[in-house]
Every structure is written in C-alpha cells, then in structure tokens.
Design a binder for this molecule. Structure first.
Ligand code: SF4
Length: 470
C-alpha cells in the first residue's frame, strides 16, 4: 500500500527568503503529530511519506497514486485542507482520511470533504484503520466517522491510547532536513499528552480529554538527542529546542525525572517550554529547569484581570501571575507571555495596559491573540452567536474572530496593534541591540520584524472589520 500524509498550510506554501532570519507567515515548524503517525505506520508499511505545506510544496505526482491520503488539520488550516481534499477527489482514487484537532471536534463538518474521519489521538487507531483497509475488513471501530447513503455514521468515542511513546522519524517529511537551516524552524519534542485542567477556551482537553499520559524519560531524552542531531548540519542563529507539551508539569515527579535525564546525559542545548503560573512557585523545579538548559519559559498568562480568569475557568489570579514571573526571573530565566485579548470584560485600553504590564515586568517577548472559539469548546458554545464567520476558519491565526462585548471588532483588532507596537517599538529594538546579549538579543530582533509583519496584516483587515459595524 502507498500511504501519504499531508499537513495543509494556512494558505498554499510560498518560499520566503525572509524566513531564513525572522518569523514569517508563510513558513512555520511542521507539527510533530503527523510525523509521529507516519512513523507508526512505517513500522508495518514500506511506502509511507509526508508533506507539510508549512515547509514545502506538495509533489502531486507522488501523492495522487496513493491508496490512502491522510490529511491532518487544526482550525487555522481546515479550509485549506478541505480545498486539498476536493482537488484529490477529482484527481485520484485514493481514500481521503482526515484527522487532527479540528476534525476531531468538527467531524460533522469535515466528513463532507472526505471518506473517513479518524477522531482523537491516532497512535493506535491509524494502524487499526490502515490494516482494515488493506484486509478489506469492516471499518467499524470507535473513533471512525464515515458517510453511508448521505447519512453520517459515527462509531462512538475514540479510545485514548496509553502508549504514546514513539520517536518520530523526521526523515519521513519531505524537505524537512533542508529547511532546518531556516532560523525560524525549531526542533521540537512532544513528551507528554493532555492536561488535568479545563480552561473554557482549550481545544486540547475538549478533543483529547484530561487524562495525562507520559513517555519514559529515557525515550524523551533519546528523542531530544535525535532532534538536535537532525538540526545539527546547519548554521542557525537561534538554537532552541521546543518541548511542545501543553502541560509538561502535570505529573511533577515525571517532569523532574525528564529534566534529570537531560542533565545526567550532559545534553547541552537551549530549551523552551510552556508553563502554567504554578511552576513559578516550585523552586526545586525551577532549579532543575535552569540546570537542564531552559533559559526561557513561556507562561500562559492569558489575562490580567481576576474577572477574566474566573469567567473562563482559568484557575489563576493577577497577583499569582506577578509573583510567579518574579520568582522565575530570580532563578535567572526569562519569561515569555502568552496573552488573550477580547474577553467579555475587556474594554478599550486593554492593548496599552497589556504593553505596560509586559514592559514593567520585563517579560522578554509575547504572543498576543484575540479570543478564539474552536467548535467543541465551552467558549464556542457560549459565543457562537457572536462569531464573525463560521465557514471560513482561516482567519483563526490570532486575529479578531468575534464581536466583543464592550468594543467593536475593529477596535479590538486595533488594541492588538497598539500592544504589539508598544512592546516591539523602535526604541525597545535599540535597547535590545545595545543592552541585551546572546540569544535574548537575537530573538528580540527577529520578533521585532515578525511583529511588524503581523501589525501590517492586522491593519490591512481593519477596513473589513469596520464595515461589519459591530
Ligand atoms: S492549562 Fe493550558 S492545556 Fe490545560 S486546560 Fe488550560 S489552556 Fe488547556
């Protein structure tokens, strides 16, 4: 059997020279999930290969004569995925099968464009499915969705795999090794899955549940070494490996054992990871992180008001966030802030307040996104009548996608522009060049130009949002 995987881009791939140096909208790090599933199938099937529009074009001559084509989608690339599926259906006899976060939560929508949807995590399901296709057997197990006589058939909830321990074979992705020279393509490793919390806007727990599973620490360290080796051949300015877990620290003892494994093996690299604010109170963990090479921690700060934390079920307070940031900094690590604007209580001026908080508390960099509403999450259900567009998901890249309560959509988008402009101002660029050192300086310079590009895109859209009038 010939099997191909496709990860669509937000838009078709376009080569971008800018991406050799700084972030750009056209190229991004491909997701680990697709390569992991391809690796699982490759153990039993000879002809398995992947394409990701986040780094390359799709070689259709190689794809169209496949037996099965798996397409993996998040929300931001769902429409592009459907476009590709329609093209494949016209040109090929392959079975088209969708999976991924968006397909899992929206199988009723996704099934319109394909033969099957595989819901949930595919570690076991994908092999079961592929074997059934090969053996011409019934495809009637939990997690599968298909159409029969125009009716959507759902075979029940997918099972949650306990064994998630696969080291992805990165060579299975077309042109991956070649693009590792891009400064903005990062080595990444996924060490554990899921999170015991349940923030209202979180698609992860809505799709995959709250049962935390971990990989053996030795295997995680092997994976880290393999990822570093994969990226070793090229000169990159910023060498950072991203541990992509949503909540690496959910199992504290396990997290410590992974960090100890990195330290014991003497792996010398720079790492970054997402954290919740509680990690900032754990001195033992912070010391281990620092020792293992984590110079920067990305904190899901989200909001600056206790009212928002409460409203969206994020168990946190402003005072705790502040204390956590300070303690991390006192351990010699930088804090990056991940923020959401457009909460129901947000008013004009939120952009300015956010920027002031970031600058005053020496947050080294930010990711600001407008409140997002992935179908299947509680926040989607409570706001579905306030969404600007529920057919085109491609705007879900951080832009304003809803009519906020206390301002217009255009005003909210302006608040993001204001915050980004103040944090990444020319004056602060000069300060970074002359006062910051090493990786911190390189990252700020890169982000300055990246954020400039983001603001340009956001500004272009303002007239469209203004026309909406709400
Ligand atoms: S803490 Fe993060 S991963 Fe966990 S539920 Fe909240 S948003 Fe999701």
């Amino acid at each position: 059997m010939k099997i191909r995987f496709i990860e669509p881009g937000n838009q078709p791939y376009r080569k971008s020279l800018k991406n050799y140096f700084v972030y750009d909208k056209y190229i991004r790090t491909p997701s680990n999930g697709m390569i992991t599933l391809a690796t699982i199938l490759k153990r039993e099937y000879e002809d398995v290969f992947c394409y990701s529009e986040s780094i390359s074009e799709i070689v259709w001559d190689d794809v169209l004569d496949s037996d099965i084509i798996f397409i993996s989608i998040f929300t931001f690339n769902a429409n592009r995925g459907y476009e590709l599926a329609e093209y494949i259906k016209k040109k090929s006899k392959a079975l088209v099968v969708f999976g991924g976060l968006h397909a899992t939560l929206n199988y009723n929508e996704t099934i319109r464009y394909c033969d099957y949807v595989l819901r949930g995590e595919g570690d076991e399901l994908i092999l079961q499915f592929t074997n059934a296709v090969r053996d011409n057997a019934a495809i009637d197990f939990p997690g599968v969705v298909y159409k029969k006589n125009g009716e959507i058939i759902t075979m029940g909830e997918p099972e949650i795999p306990d064994n998630i321990d696969t080291i992805p074979d990165r060579n299975l992705l077309y042109k991956f090794r070649e693009v590792t020279k891009y400064n903005t393509i990062w080595p990444q490793v996924h060490a554990s899955r899921s999170c015991p919390h349940n923030c209202d806007y979180c698609a992860l727990v809505a799709a995959f549940g709250r049962k935390v599973r971990t990989r053996p620490p030795e295997s995680v360290a092997d994976d880290i070494e393999a990822a570093i080796e994969f990226f070793s051949g090229h000169k990159r300015l910023a060498k950072v490996l991203w541990i992509t877990d949503d909540n690496f620290f959910a199992d504290r003892e396990w997290a410590k054992s992974v960090l100890n494994e990195i330290i014991d093996r003497g792996i010398k690299y720079s790492f970054t990871i997402q954290i919740r604010y509680e990690v900032g109170f754990d001195d033992e963990m912070l010391e281990l992180l620092k020792k293992a090479g984590f110079d920067e921690l990305s904190m899901g700060i989200e909001f600056l008001e206790d009212e928002s934390f409460e409203k969206y079920n994020k168990k946190s307070t402003y005072e705790e966030i502040l204390r956590s940031v300070k303690n991390i900094q006192s351990h010699g690590m930088r804090t990056r802030g991940l923020f959401i604007v457009g909460a129901d209580n947000h008013t004009k001026g939120i952009g300015e307040r956010l920027a002031d908080f970031v600058i005053k508390n020496n947050i080294c960099g930010v990711l600001i996104q407008s409140m997002y509403f992935i179908p299947g999450t509680p926040v989607y259900d409570s706001h579905k009548d306030k969404l600007i567009d529920t057919a085109d998901w491609s705007r879900n890249t951080g832009r304003v996608v809803h009519y906020p309560q206390n301002m217009t959509a255009a005003e909210l988008q302006r608040e993001i522009i204001i915050a980004s402009g103040k944090i990444y101002s020319f004056k602060r660029l000069l300060q970074a060049i002359f006062r910051k050192r090493g990786l911190e300086r390189i990252l700020f310079i890169g982000e300055y130009f990246w954020q400039k590009g983001i603001r340009r895109e956001l500004k272009k859209e303002l007239s469209y949002l203004e026309q909406l009038g709400r």
